[in-house]
Design a protein around this ligand. Structure first.
Ligand SMILES: Cc1cc2nc3c(=O)[nH]c(=O)nc-3n(C[C@H](O)[C@H](O)[C@H](O)COP(=O)(O)OP(=O)(O)OC[C@H]3O[C@@H](n4cnc5c(N)ncnc54)[C@H](O)[C@@H]3O)c2cc1C
Length: 389
């Protein structure tokens, strides 16, 4: 093994971690199948889009990849409108908070394509193989390799074969929710506003996308109780679209006019998970380390926060310490503890608050939203928190 640091997994978080380390002159190698070359963006939007926070945008800009993303496929979010299940509503807008935008909506495929190009161009070597085990400090690969490194970073996703093989503990609790994801043509322009409805039966989000040739469109993320989501998933495509359109018309009360499904519907079962993030010579980042409910659109942002924090502590370690020294890795765990806990509590708390049938809670959550909406200082604070500023 020639390199000191080995990153297993080349999703967005793994690629960003490798690139952040390379930019800090750390010798790093990637172990992952090379992604199939992604075609340049065409008209249909990639089914996965992410809300990217200002903190993540700054990090991607630091890695030199933000400007390489096609500007015409990125949507700046100017406002957020969050509805309760009665008449509670909070509107957060960039203008009130004196920031140019609250977030950006970007396709997963575009971030991955540009990060992969950047990793290849920056000379990071790429072992085209998969991690299948971890024994006595060595990563075992599918093709029979045994790779040693001072630090092995698990960026291999929620099911992380590395985490499992290394025996890092994980707490995992399924939400009884499946997120249905698709794109919708809308009748009324969204004007860069992200809309969200917290309902007793789940959380519905409409994220603004750039216009297609047909007109304005949004991306739908609808977390529904599993039974309800599965009933929709079981329908043939045409009936599925008709059913979703009818349910959405009721849930959104015509806020964006008529909604028309324009892409296949995908379903993602949701989990609340937190793993032990470090062991001597090992660190986990991204979904390998944690998953939260997507109601705040923050999972990837948390993973990018891990990537930046880990690259920083590794690059800033004392010269006599190895990258995988447990004292170095404890600094990483400390740096991530508060943001991870805060996001876990916020997303899980909101999920419980709005999933409850209790009448006093139903009143409180809507009254609370109205109160927040009438308190500009609180709104500015919320925007600053959400932006990672
Ligand atoms: C419905 C939904 C909506 C979401 N919306 C948002 C949002 O708006 N904003 C946001 O910030 N987050 C969002 N998230 C969260 C986000 O999707 C994840 O947090 C993010 O994709 C995690 O990235 P990752 O790189 O850690 O993992 P992954 O994307 O899973 O990447 C893991 C990589 O590891 C590779 N791999 C797997 N096994 C091996 C192996 N054995 N050896 C080598 N490589 C391996 C895989 O091929 C893959 O490339 C959402 C999640 C859901 C479910």
């Amino acid at each position: 093994m020639s390199k000191e640091i080995l990153v297993c997994g080349a999703g967005i978080v793994g690629l960003a971690t490798a690139l952040a380390l390379a930019r800090r002159k750390q010798p790093v190698e990637i172990l992952a199948p090379l992604p199939a070359p992604l075609a340049p963006a065409g008209d249909p939007y990639h089914p996965r889009v992410y809300a990217i926070s200002p903190a993540s945008q700054r990090f991607l800009a630091e890695l030199g990849i933000w400007d390489a993303l096609p500007a015409e496929r990125i949507m700046a979010v100017q406002a957020m409108e969050i509805h309760g299940d009665a008449d509670g509503c909070v509107t957060l807008d960039a203008w009130q908070a004196a920031v140019p935008q609250l977030a950006w909506i970007v396709e997963s495929s575009e971030i991955e394509r540009v990060l992969t190009q950047a990793a290849r161009l920056s000379g990071i070597s790429w072992i085209q193989d998969r991690c299948v085990g971890y024994q006595s400090g060595a990563v075992l690969t599918e093709q029979g390799g045994q790779l040693r490194a001072d630090l092995v970073i698990g960026a291999d996703g929620a099911k992380s074969p590395l985490r499992l093989a290394a025996g890092l503990r994980q707490q995992s609790a399924p939400y009884d929710d499946i997120a249905l994801v698709t794109h919708l043509d809308v009748e009324i322009p969204h004007q860069g506003t992200a809309l969200q409805w917290f309902r007793e039966d789940g959380v519905l989000a409409l994220l603004p996308l750039p216009d297609s040739a047909r007109g304005p469109q949004v991306s739908l993320v609808w977390s529904l109780r599993s039974a309800a989501a599965k009933a929709i998933q079981a329908l043939p495509a045409a009936e599925q679209a008709a059913r979703l359109e009818a349910d959405l018309a009721l849930a959104t009360a015509g806020r964006l006019g008529r909604l028309t499904v324009n892409a296949p519907v995908h379903g993602f079962p949701l989990f609340l998970e937190q793993a032990e993030m470090i062991a001597p010579g090992l660190a986990l980042v991204g979904d390998a380390a944690h998953r939260v409910h997507p109601l705040a659109g923050q999972g990837l942002n948390l993973g990018l926060g891990d990537a930046l924090a880990l690259a920083q502590v590794v690059a800033e370690r004392e010269s006599f310490r190895a990258a995988g020294d447990i004292r170095v890795l404890r600094r990483y765990r400390r740096a991530r503890a508060e943001p991870l806990l805060a996001m876990r509590l916020a997303t899980d708390g909101l999920h419980r608050l709005f999933g409850s049938h209790s009448m006093p809670l139903a009143w409180l959550r809507n009254a609370g939203m109205t109160l927040v909406d009438q308190t500009p200082m609180l709104k500015r604070r919320l925007i600053a928190e959400a932006s990672g500023l």
